[in-house]
Design a protein around this ligand. Structure first.
Ligand code: AMP
Length: 125
């Protein structure tokens, strides 16, 4: 069920639990601002999620309320993961689902990094 992206942050969401180490994840990268791990249900040869360490429900919440340092750190981390995965030369896709129409399921901002193969049309038909 897609979430309402205007809801308050719920620190019992599954990505909050991953950040606290309460449930396992396959770590790809971590720094002061961000944590990256493999998607449990990959939709492409490479499918990695990057989340900010701060408590933000969605891209909307993050872009409105995060500090410049948090935003800069997070954006740099996404780029770092894509480079480390060797995705720059073949190309890749970033995706952030927001709320109901976006199909966002987990109420902690996450950017999907997908690649490793041609990804087809941007929007499912
Ligand atoms: P979204 O629809 O943008 O909210 O995407 C949520 C993503 O989280 C989906 O691609 C799921 O496969 C992924 N996911 C859910 N639970 C886990 C988990 N425990 N570990 C890794 N990825 C997960």
């Amino acid at each position: 069920m897609p979430i309402d992206a205007t809801q308050p942050y719920d620190d019992q969401n599954i990505f909050a639990k991953i950040l606290r180490g309460e449930i396992p994840s396959t770590k790809v990268y971590e720094d002061q601002w961000a944590y990256a791990f493999e998607d449990i249900n990959p939709q492409a040869e490479v499918h990695t999620l990057v989340i900010p360490k701060g408590h933000y429900v969605s891209w909307d919440d993050f872009s409105a309320k995060a500090s410049d340092a948090e935003i800069g750190g997070f954006v740099r981390a996404v780029g770092e993961v894509a480079r480390a995965k060797g995705l720059v030369e073949p190309g890749y896709r970033l995706l952030a689902n927001i709320g109901q129409h976006g199909g966002q399921e987990v109420p902690h901002l996450h950017v999907h990094i997908c690649g490793g193969q041609p990804l087809g049309p941007m929007i499912a038909r």
